[in-house]
Design a protein around this ligand. Sequence first.
Ligand code: FE2
Length: 310
Amino acid sequence: MFRFAHLTDPHVGPLPRPALKHLLGKRITGYVNWRRGRRDAHDMDLLASLVSDLREQAPDHIICTGDVCNLGLASEWPSSRIFLDGLGTPETVTFVPGNHDAYVYGSLEGLMAALDPYAVGDEPGLTRFPFVRRRGPVAFVGLSSAIPTAPFVASGKLGRTQVKHAEALLQALAPEPLLRVVLIHHPPHVGGAPAGRNLVDAERFEAMIGRVGADLVIHGHNHTGSLAMLVGPDDRPVPVVGAPSASARGGTLTHRAGYHLFRVHDEDEGRFRISAELRGLGPDGAFGSQGPVDISGKAPGRRLSARARA
Ligand SMILES: [Fe+2]
């Protein structure tokens, strides 16, 4: 059975003390915010516990959907590389960036240069996003919603060209006996995050999924576990699953440090089913399984984070 893990928003620290000359523009507000709260919200000991649990589980593949950085400082890029190297090799770990990785102009380019082998497709020579990595029965399609924004804005954007290329890729993959799993930092559905934090072209993404479908979409950004359902061709539901931050200290079960472990069950010829488990920090302070996660959208009482149209 093929298993893959999804972690997100580790906000790797401690943040190196930035030189004043680097605290320009948006970074000043970001640094003040980080000093006030984010530094305490994210716990590197918890992140270490998560990585240790992940290593014990030994999934076949690991996905990180961004926000390895805090302010997109050059000094954070080597720390981010060390973090991903600690998860596994570029062959077994895939990365797509988040808004904190593209904090100001130049941040994203610097980070991606450091993390290059973790975010390239199987076929060399193509533009970086979207990319496809085939691993076992899964085709991972990596997207980037990371763009620099004004202070206090954390929105994301895919852009017309990236969505067009993603559509062509997903369409080409559809006849193959593979599960198509889309990776993105921002919740890519309408209503997935409030204005100022949302994917500004979520409608375009939803329409694209409506035309070509996917088997699963996984994202981060909201620092909480969530489920929404989109609709693909022939009314097939497409689960959109958000994971909690990998290093969050407090909050409820779906807010505390955790990650999702997905299992791909081989039902019969060419048919697969995906199940999910939340592994993370429990109420007792121990790190481990917090039980299965319903990704069918059918569990009674499940509150969907966005409009359910299935
Ligand atoms: Fe984040």
